[in-house]
Design a protein around this ligand. Structure first.
Ligand code: PLP
Length: 368
C-alpha cells in the first residue's frame, strides 16, 4: 500500500515549486558562519576518539593541530573555540600593555572583538583607512610610532586576508610579503587574521602556506567557508604555541573532550578548501545580477571571493528595511551600515538559491 504521508522535504520542495517565496526554505546569505555540519561531519563527530585536551590527551584534536601545522608549514598549531580567541591570544603574545596595534580601520580585531585588545592586552588600535581594506607598507610605515620614551609604541601589525568588511578582498601576496619583511626589519611582528585565508588561497590559486609564510602567526577559522560547526586554529612557532596554550586556558578555552568538534574540523580542513571556488563563482553571479538592479551600486569585478558588499543608497530603503523586505521572501542578508548590505555565499547556498535571492532583490527594488 502506498503511503499517503509525504516524505520529509517534499512539502518544502513543492512550496518552492508553487513559487510562493514566503513558504520556501530560507536562502541565508547573512554569513558563511551559518552553515550546518554535513552528514559526514556529524558521523565523524559521533564516532570521534576523545580525551582530555587540557592534558594534551585528545587524539582527534592532536591530529587536527598536526594537520594544520603541516598545511601551513609551521612548527605547531592550537585549536581554539573561536577566531576571536585565536586573534586575541596572538595579540596578547606579540604585545605589551601600553602598545599600539596597527590594523586597517574596518578590521575585525578592531571593530568586532569587543575591544578585547584593550581589555586583555592593554593595547590600543592604530587603525588606517585603506581602499578595499588592503594596506600597503607605505601606509603602515607612516603610522609606526617614533622610538621616543614619552610616545606609546607600536607593538604589532595585524592584517586581515580576506578582508571581511571590505568585501572579501584578497591581499596580493607581494603586498603582504612586503609589509611582513619591512615590519620585521623595523622590529615588529605581524599577525594575520586569516579567518578566510583559504578563500584567499583559492582566489589566488596558491597554497595557504605560500600566502602566509612571512607572518609570525596566523589564525584561521574552520567555522566559516570550510563549514565546520565550531573552531579555529592559531599556527606559529613552537614557542609561540606553547604560550598560546597558557592564554587559551586563562580565557576559558580549555575544552576537554573537544575532539567531537575537531572531528568535524578535520573534514573541513581536508575536504572543503577544494569547493570554495563554487562559493566564489556564486558570489560573482550575485554581484553581476545586483549590478543590473536599479538603485544598487556594486563593482562586480572586485568580488574575488565569497562576500558581496553593495550600496543601496539609491533604492530609497535603508539596510534595515532592505533586510526586512528580503526576509519576507525568505532571503536573509544583513546590512553593515544604513546604506550598505552584505551577502555571503557558502556551501549551504547553491546557484538556485542565488537566483532566488536576486529575484527577491529585483522585486523589492522594483516596488519602491
Ligand atoms: C575576519 C574575521 N576575523 C575573525 C572573526 C572571528 O571569528 P569568530 O566568530 O569565530 O570569533 C571573524 C568572524 O566573522 C571574521 O570575519
Amino acid at each position: 500500500m502506498k503511503s499517503r504521508v509525504a516524505p520529509q522535504g517534499v512539502a518544502e520542495k513543492s512550496a518552492e515549486k508553487s513559487e510562493d517565496p514566503r513558504r520556501a526554505t530560507p536562502v541565508d546569505l547573512r554569513s558563511d558562519t551559518v552553515t550546518k555540519p554535513t552528514p559526514e561531519m556529524r558521523r565523524a563527530m559521533a564516532e570521534a576518539e576523545v580525551g582530555d585536551d587540557v592534558y594534551g590527551e585528545d587524539p582527534t584534536i592532536n591530529r587536527l593541530e598536526h594537520l594544520a601545522a603541516e598545511i601551513f608549514s609551521r612548527d605547531a598549531a592550537i585549536f581554539v573555540p573561536s577566531g576571536t580567541m585565536g586573534n586575541q591570544i596572538a595579540i596578547k603574545i606579540h604585545t605589551r600593555p601600553g602598545q599600539e596595534v596597527i590594523c586597517e580601520e574596518r578590521a575585525h580585531i578592531f571593530n568586532y572583538e569587543m575591544a578585547t585588545l584593550a581589555a586583555f592586552s592593554g593595547c590600543i588600535a592604530r587603525p588606517i583607512p585603506a581602499a578595499d581594506g588592503i594596506l600597503s607598507w607605505a601606509e603602515v610605515k607612516k603610522r609606526i610610532r617614533p622610538k621616543t620614551y614619552y610616545i606609546s609604541q607600536t607593538g604589532l601589525v595585524a592584517l586581515e586576508n580576506t578582508h571581511n568588511m571590505a568585501g572579501g578582498t584578497v591581499y596580493p601576496t607581494q603586498v603582504a610579503n612586503e609589509i611582513c619583511d619591512a615590519a620585521h626589519e623595523a622590529g615588529l611582528p605581524v599577525h594575520l587574521d586569516g579567518a578566510r585565508v583559504f578563500n584567499a588561497a583559492a582566489a589566488l590559486g596558491k597554497s595557504v602556506a605560500e600566502l602566509t609564510r612571512r607572518f609570525d602567526s596566523v589564525m584561521f577559522c574552520l567555522s566559516k567557508g570550510l563549514g565546520a560547526p565550531v573552531g579555529s586554529l592559531l599556527v606559529g612557532s613552537r614557542d609561540f604555541i606553547e604560550q598560546a596554550r597558557v592564554y587559551r586556558k586563562a580565557l576559558g578555552g580549555g575544552m576537554r573532550q573537544a575532539g567531537i568538534l575537531a572531528a568535524a574540523g578535520l573534514i573541513a580542513l581536508e575536504r572543503m578548501p577544494a569547493r570554495l571556488r563554487d562559493d566564489h563563482a556564486n558570489a560573482r553571479f550575485l554581484a553581476d545580477g545586483l549590478a543590473q538592479v536599479q538603485g544598487i551600486r556594486v563593482d562586480a569585478k572586485k568580488v574575488q571571493t565569497n562576500i558581496v558588499v553593495f550600496d543601496i543608497a539609491n533604492t530609497g530603503m535603508n539596510s534595515a528595511e532592505f533586510s526586512r523586505r528580503l526576509a519576507e521572501s525568505n532571503v536573509l542578508a544583513n546590512g553593515i551600515d544604513p546604506q550598505t548590505m552584505r551577502m555571503v555565499t557558502h556551501m549551504d547556498v547553491d546557484r538556485a538559491g542565488c537566483e532566488r535571492a536576486l529575484a527577491a532583490v529585483r522585486a523589492i527594488c522594483g516596488k519602491n
